[in-house]
Design a protein around this ligand. Structure first.
Ligand code: SF4
Length: 326
C-alpha cells in the first residue's frame, strides 16, 4: 500500500462510515511495520479528522525496532497486539526470520522499548498448538509487562500437524475452565482480569442481550487489502467476498456490505445449538477452516461465561470490572 492509498483508505472510511461516531483501524499482515510510509500516512490522515474519530491497533511480531516505529506507535496511540508464543524454545520453533534466525530475544526487546518509550496499551498474544498447552501459554504471558493477554488454539484444518490432538483438546477445554476460575477470583478481589476472552459474553448476559450475528462483518466491520479492495472481513477470501474498492463511491461498498450481511446469517445447524444466543452463529471466516472443532471451543467459552455470570448473580456490580470499571 502506498502512502497515497493509505490516505485514501482513511478518507473513504471517514465518508462511508459517517453514520458511526468512531472508527477503529486494526493493522495486520504479514507484518504491518514493514511499511512505515503507509503507517505514517494513515496516522497523519486520521489526525485531520476530529479528535477521537479514529483509533488504531496493530498486530505485530515485534521484530522491527527503530526510533520511527516507536514514534509512530506513540503518535497513533496504538493498541499493540504483540505475538509472543512463549519462552524462546517455544516461540522460536515457528517464529523465525526468512533466513532462519530466532526472534524471541528481539521481540522481548521490542516489548521493553515499547513500554519505556510509549503509552501504548499492549496485549500479549500466544498461539496454543500441539505440544504447547493453554495453561502454560497463559502463565508465560502473565509474567510479561502487558495489560491484557490472549492465548488461543491455532486455527487449522482438522488433521494439521500443528493442531491439538484429541487429548490436547480435552486439556484445552479443562484449561478454559481454569481460566474462568481465575476470572472469578480476580473479580471477587476487585481486580480487572488479564484474560478478557469471556468479558464480552459475560457483559452480554449482564445486559440480557441476544447476539443475532457473530460480528458486524459487512456492516460495522470491513477489511481493506493492501490493494484497496473492501471485504466484509480481511480474513475472508477476496475473490468470493469482494464488496468494492476504497477508490469507489463509498455508498457502493457500504451497500454491498449490507447485502452481504443480510445473506450471511447463522447457519441452519445453529438453530438447535444452545450456544446460539451468546455465539451468534460463529465466525464466517473461521468456520470454513476449522468446522465443528471451532464450535466445540465456542460452546465451552460460552458455558464458562455463563458460569462467571451466574457466580456473581447476587453481586452483578462486580462484573463491571470486565468493562474496565473497578
Ligand atoms: S457454536 Fe457453532 S453451531 Fe453453535 S451457534 Fe455457534 S457457530 Fe452455530
Amino acid at each position: 500500500m502506498s502512502a497515497a492509498e493509505a490516505r485514501q483508505v482513511i478518507q473513504s472510511l471517514d465518508r462511508g462510515l459517517a453514520h458511526y461516531s468512531t472508527i477503529g483501524v486494526h493493522l495486520y499482515g504479514g507484518e504491518p511495520l514493514t511499511n512505515l510510509p503507509a503507517l505514517r500516512a494513515l496516522v497523519d490522515q486520521a489526525a485531520q479528522a476530529p479528535r477521537g474519530r479514529f483509533s488504531f491497533s496493530i498486530t505485530t511480531n515485534g521484530t522491527i525496532l527503530s526510533d520511527e516505529v516507536f514514534e509512530l506507535l506513540e503518535a497513533g496511540r496504538f493498541q499493540v497486539v504483540l505475538s509472543v508464543d512463549g519462552p524462546a524454545p517455544v516461540h522460536d520453533q515457528h517464529r523465525r526470520t526468512i533466513r532462519g534466525a530466532a526472534t524471541h530475544a528481539r521481540t522481548m526487546r521490542f516489548l521493553r522499548e515499547l513500554r519505556a518509550r510509549t503509552h501504548c496499551w499492549v496485549r500479549g498474544s500466544s498461539v496454543v498448538r500441539a505440544g504447547w498447552r493453554l495453561a502454560d501459554a497463559q502463565r508465560y504471558l502473565r509474567g510479561l509487562p502487558v495489560d491484557v493477554i490472549k492465548a488461543q488454539a491455532v486455527r487449522t484444518a482438522p488433521g494439521d500437524k500443528l493442531g491439538l490432538d484429541g487429548d490436547e483438546r480435552e486439556q484445552y477445554l479443562d484449561d478454559l475452565d481454569a481460566a474462568g476460575d481465575q476470572v472469578i477470583s480476580d473479580l471477587a478481589a476487585n481486580r480487572i482480569p488479564k484474560d478478557d476472552r469471556f468479558s464480552a459474553r459475560v457483559l452480554q448476559l449482564l445486559k440480557g442481550e441476544t447476539r443475532y450475528r457473530f460480528c458486524g462483518a459487512g456492516a460495522s466491520i470491513f477489511g481493506v487489502t493492501p490493494g484497496g479492495d473492501v471485504l466484509p472481513c480481511v480474513l475472508l477470501d477476496r475473490a468470493q467476498h469482494r464488496l468494492g474498492s476504497v477508490a469507489d463511491q463509498e455508498h457502493s461498498w457500504v451497500g454491498a456490505g449490507r447485502d452481504w450481511q443480510e445473506s450471511h446469517g447463522p447457519r441452519n445447524e445453529c438453530g438447535s445449538c444452545a450456544a446460539l444466543p451468546l455465539c451468534g452463529g460463529g465466525c464466517p471466516a473461521m468456520l470454513s477452516v476449522c468446522g465443528a472443532e471451532e464450535c466445540d471451543l465456542v460452546r465451552k467459552t460460552c458455558s464458562v461465561a455463563q458460569r462467571i455470570h451466574e457466580h456473581f448473580r447476587s453481586q452483578p456490580i462486580k462484573l463491571l470490572a470486565l468493562a474496565g470499571v473497578v
